[in-house]
Design a protein around this ligand. Structure first.
Ligand code: SAM
Length: 235
């Protein structure tokens, strides 16, 4: 039994499966969990790999570590997307963090993670975690007046509802929620595999922030084996 992720019209990734564990359609997307030989348990949304138990720590650990390296003072954190809870759990490992608000559009991703990825979902039980079920783009439009030290966009690929989390106006609205010296960190795809997306995010950040950094980390279960993050450092 094989699972094929159609990445582009000319590139597919195939994983041999031990088992299909879950398959459902929420109001927003198709949610699947499979057991693989090479990557352990894998979560897919609309057929695209979101994480694997074998290498999720490379993604969530790097995003959290780099985010806090740029914002060591961060106490109030906002996560947009990230319904699997992996980033939430990584951020809450820091005892200095006082609040993490996670805004996820699809509550069924959270329910699925609690059932199939309990290690990643541990953060949902932490009293410092506040969960909002809402479109992240709408949330950052209406939340003006709130302030966060670190905002992290744990977005899927820029398709469907996820496309809103790559828009320049979305990043601008996020930046307006930043406290002084606040940092915006966003998943911005692999600069090798999707250079246009990575460049587009960099351009959008450069129009908002005096300092912008991009980093690439190795995550073998993602197409091309890597993923990029973009960081905007406020004044
Ligand atoms: N680490 C993963 C990756 O790079 O592929 C993505 C993590 S996480 C599973 C992405 C989450 O963003 C999904 O749970 C999805 O439901 C959520 N999402 C998509 N569009 C959204 C939106 N407009 N507002 C809030 N959450 C959204």
């Amino acid at each position: 039994m094989w699972l094929t992720e159609k990445v582009t019209p000319t590139f597919e990734v195939r994983l041999r499966l031990k088992k299909r564990l879950y398959r459902a359609r929420s109001s927003y997307q198709r949610i699947e969990v499979v057991e693989t030989f090479d990557f352990g348990r894998v979560l897919l949304l609309d057929g695209l790999i979101q994480l694997s138990t074998k290498d999720q720590h490379l993604y969530h650990g790097a995003l959290a570590d780099r985010g806090f390296a740029f914002a060591p003072h961060a106490r109030r954190v906002l996560i947009i997307g990230g319904g699997d809870g992996g980033l939430l759990t990584a951020v809450l490992r820091r005892s200095e963090v006082e609040l993490v608000r996670l805004v996820e559009i699809d509550e069924e991703v959270i329910a699925c993670s609690k059932r199939f990825f309990p290690q990643l979902a541990r953060g949902f039980k932490d009293p410092r975690a506040e969960i909002v079920i809402e479109d992240g783009a709408a949330y950052v439009r209406r939340a003006q007046g709130e302030q966060f030290d670190l905002i992290m966009v744990d977005a899927p690929d820029p398709v469907g509802e996820g496309a809103k989390l790559f828009a320049a106006t979305f990043y601008r609205n996020c930046a307006q929620l930043l406290a002084p010296k606040g940092v915006l960190a966003a998943q911005s795809e692999s600069p090798y595999f999707y250079p246009q997306i990575s460049r587009r995010v960099r351009r959008a950040f450069t129009r908002i922030f005096p300092r912008v950094e991009q980093e690439t980390v190795i995550v073998p279960s993602y197409p091309g084996g890597s993923i990029g993050f973009t960081f905007g450092l406020g004044r």
